[in-house]
Ligand binder design. Sequence first.
Ligand SMILES: [Cu+2]
Length: 185
Amino acid sequence: MSALVASLAILFGLSFFGRVQAENVEFFAVIDGKQANNCVGTGSPATGTGTFILDTATGTVTYDINIRTDLLMGRETFAHVHGPGAPCVEGPVLYDVPLGGHKQGTGQVNAEGQADMLNGLHYMNVHTAAVGPGEIRGQILRKVTTPKVPMLSTPTAFALALGLVALGSIVLLRRKAALGSGESP
Ligand SMILES: [Cu+2]
């Protein structure tokens, strides 16, 4: 019986571990003209920001990008995520991103693409009629996250607090009883 319980506990632990391993990694990009043209800049007043979430189990990248397309110097022609490409260095196209000020969708990267992305070697690139190779660009960098502190759920915390109060009361009652018996002649 206890062996069965132990097996179940191990199985539960493994499934939990497996779930933790397939994590979503968050990235952020600040997009501007300064990073484009090998960091020589393009003089574009347009800017943007983007969030990218990489599912390490599937290699799917879910993005949400906002760009001031109204400030672009020319009509937007293509939008891609490129990589591998370090900051100020150009790289090949990895996946298409729709045109427009609000870009939402998913891209797919292979194991190598995932490793490059985690190493900060992917970048968002907006091509325009004014600057063909890319008017604005933004390096896609991993979000700095603070380690999560394990939090007690409210019922658990309540039960724990109730237990401590009960324990304290028992200790106090025992002390009182002990003192009472000591005082009596
Ligand atoms: Cu491109």
